[in-house]
Design a protein around this ligand. Structure first.
Ligand SMILES: NC(=O)c1ccc[n+]([C@@H]2O[C@H](COP(=O)([O-])OP(=O)(O)OC[C@H]3O[C@@H](n4cnc5c(N)ncnc54)[C@H](OP(=O)(O)O)[C@@H]3O)[C@@H](O)[C@H]2O)c1
Length: 277
């Protein structure tokens, strides 16, 4: 990864932090996105020095902040070899983002969409560029309800989280389709069930059960492995539009292979992003 630039969200904790450290250790220069300056600076200190890593602060639940972030990074970075969309969360009760969107949808899906769109020119200008998005097996059993994407009619933290992870896979499919022939590849992954800080701030029963559930989870190092593989391995340089688990492409649910839903989600995301100003 010597000489390569990796932009990563959610790099201040869990699997994102392990991936940022590993890619820096391989020689990449890391552009770290954090919502909290102190946590961002603490992670920067863990990265192998010598490559002028940089830190940007943004609340990725805000479309305006994510768009401004993308513009700042694009202005500073003539090349972007890898964009890793990874920040995400699950919320036990329904909350709204600064734009009035349901918070899980805003953070887990819209941030991936807006940041990728904002960095697309830089990715296209970089030979062999890659977009890697962290999805989840939690998408299994989910279906997008285009009449209620903001879960205003009914809310369950698990269900809404599952739909946001389905959105990550549909986003990757449509992105890969749109990028065909551009030289940029886009893939997503399930990291496994991983003992990170995930769920610790969800609230409710989930937050109380998490410490027990995590006894069965794999380590952040194991969870980050497929992210690192997709970001850096020559083996996957020409694979695109796929969903990986343990370094292998696997079939996601039938709903996650629905190209009409992928195109509709893209159009709806564009509309919501434009509406946010
Ligand atoms: N853990 C699992 O079992 C599992 C399974 C499948 C998929 N995933 C996915 O893996 C990804 C990473 O999760 P993780 O397990 O590593 O969890 P984690 O330890 O909770 O890390 C989440 C990361 O997202 C950042 N983040 C949260 N809200 C943000 C916001 N509004 N703006 C900017 N950054 C924000 C966090 O920042 P702070 O450091 O400031 O909190 C942190 O860096 C997520 O997309 C999750 O859905 C996890």
């Amino acid at each position: 990864m010597n000489g390569k630039v990796v932009v990563i969200t959610g790099g201040t904790s869990g699997i994102g932090q392990v991936a940022a450290e590993a890619l820096a250790a391989q020689g990449a220069r890391v552009v770290l996105v954090a919502r909290d300056k102190a946590r961002g600076e603490a992670t920067l200190k863990r990265l192998k020095p010598g490559q002028a890593h940089s830190l940007y602060i943004a609340d990725l639940a805000s479309i305006g902040a994510t768009r401004a972030l993308a513009a700042q990074i694009a202005a500073a970075e003539p090349r972007i070899d890898v964009l890793i969309n990874n920040a995400g969360a699950l919320f036990n009760s329904r909350r709204l983002s600064p734009d009035g969107l349901e918070l899980t949808f805003a953070l887990n899906h819209m941030a991936y969409f807006v940041l990728t769109e904002g960095l697309l020119d830089r990715l296209k200008a970089t030979p062999g560029a890659r977009v890697v998005s962290t999805a989840s097996r939690a998408h299994q059993g989910s279906r997008l309800d285009f009449e209620d994407l903001q879960a205003a009619k009914s809310y369950s933290g698990f269900e809404v989280y599952g739909r946001s992870k389905l959105a990550n896979i549909l986003f990757t499919r449509e992105l890969a389709r749109r990028l065909a022939g551009s030289g940029v590849v886009a893939n997503c992954l399930h990291p496994g069930f991983v003992a990170t800080r995930f769920g610790d701030q969800s609230g409710g029963m989930l937050q109380r059960l998490m410490p027990l559930a995590k006894l069965m989870a794999v380590t952040p190092k194991a969870g980050a492995d497929t992210i690192i593989h997709l970001a850096s391995s020559p083996e996957v340089e020409s694979q695109t539009g796929l969903y990986f688990y343990k370094r292998m492409p696997v079939a996601p649910s039938a709903e996650a292979q629905d190209d009409a839903a992928a195109a509709r989600l893209w159009a709806e995301s564009e509309r919501l992003a434009a509406q946010a100003g």
